[in-house]
Design a protein. Structure first.
Length: 342
């Protein structure tokens, strides 16, 4: 029997729900720990980054409008896909020279982190939102909202766990992400893109790029549709990102690549990580006008108590429904009347 020719894999980036090659056609060779050739990794350009931002802008509103329960289901589906291909993920991490035991531990922690954030999708709003005291017979609520497209720059020391941690804290609350994979270990992000494609996550919510950081970071910093940047970068990269972010008014949360980061720690996950990508601005405004990315609105006490008593499990839904009611002029006058003292 003749020997069969081995079909080698062509790694591609995941942008807008599709697998793409670099717009420039450039690639860089990836070698394993022994120095043997493994694959050609695409080198994305600024044009690829701009295309990814456009994909994120199209997918973001639809993702944010999905129910929290549905977002949690989709994230849990991602954990299922990662669990099924856990061995392959571990092998991709060992290309960087770490032991199989360490790679397996990183994969297990990554899957657990996905499940962790899947559980937060319908709980973070109760923790981060608030009921604000006002000097009248009304209720005043603060409701969190996503801020838009988040730029993510993955670390080199934990190419899968670090990347997935930064992505999940952003998309849990309804944001979309454009992520740049690890500079030295990009292959785990290639596999992650394949799992995202089969996880029911809408195309464009997460966009994964590979390439040279020095070429893409200036565009990350200055692109006005990227509303925030998160990642692990060097001192020179931090300076470039902060200068560019100051011009386009971005939120920046950067970790120092020179310092060790324990991605396995509990502090790297949870509601406080989600808070960074939900707006915290508050202003007192009547009739549900938008204050940045929060809504503060007033509802007579008796109306809200009646609805909440009838539907206690739909507290978040009632907030938004009452906001829509207050947008009508006729109902504005009715709901603006304070309670009479009896």
């Amino acid at each position: 029997m003749s020997s069969r020719l081995l079909i080698t894999k062509t790694p591609k980036c995941y942008v807008g729900g599709a697998f793409i090659r670099s717009e420039s056609g450039r690639v860089s060779e990836l070698h394993d720990v022994s120095g043997a050739f493994f694959a050609n990794i695409p080198q994305c350009t600024r044009k690829d980054l701009r295309n990814a931002v456009e994909a994120g802008a199209k997918a973001g509103p639809g993702w944010a409008k999905r129910s929290a329960f549905n977002r949690g289901q989709i994230l849990y589906r991602l954990a299922e896909m990662m669990e099924a291909r856990g061995v392959e993920l571990a092998e991709s991490i060992t290309l960087g020279g770490v032991s199989k035991a360490h790679a397996s531990r990183e994969v297990a922690a990554s899957i657990e982190r996905v499940v962790h954030y899947a559980g937060w999708t319908d709980k973070y709003e109760q923790v981060l939102g608030s009921v604000n005291p006002v000097a009248s017979a009304h209720f005043n609520f603060t409701v969190t909202e996503p801020i838009g497209i988040i730029g993510v720059i993955a670390p080199d020391d934990a190419p899968l766990l670090g990347l997935i941690s930064l992505i999940l804290s952003a998309i849990t609350s309804g944001n979309s992400v454009v992520a740049l994979a690890s500079n030295t270990q990009p292959y785990p992000s290639i596999l992650l893109g394949e799992m995202l494609a089969t996880s029911d996550l809408p195309g464009g919510v997460v966009n994964l790029l590979t390439g040279v950081r020095s070429e893409l970071i200036p565009t990350f910093a200055t692109h006005e549709h990227i509303r925030a940047i998160s990642g692990v970068v060097t001192e020179a990269e931090r300076k470039a990102l902060c200068l560019g972010a100051a011009e386009s008014m971005k939120r920046v949360h950067l970790l120092k690549a020179e310092e060790p980061i324990d991605w396995f720690a509990d502090k790297m996950q949870g509601a406080e990580e989600i808070r960074g990508w939900s707006s915290s601005r508050r202003r007192g405004t009547r009739w549900g006008r938008s204050n940045g990315h929060h809504f503060n609105f007033y509802v007579p006490t008796r109306i809200f108590r009646y609805l909440l008593a009838r539907h206690p499990q739909k507290r978040s839904f009632l907030w938004r429904s009452l906001l829509q009611m207050n947008s009508k002029t006729s109902e504005k006058r009715q709901l603006s009347r304070p309670l009479r003292k009896t």
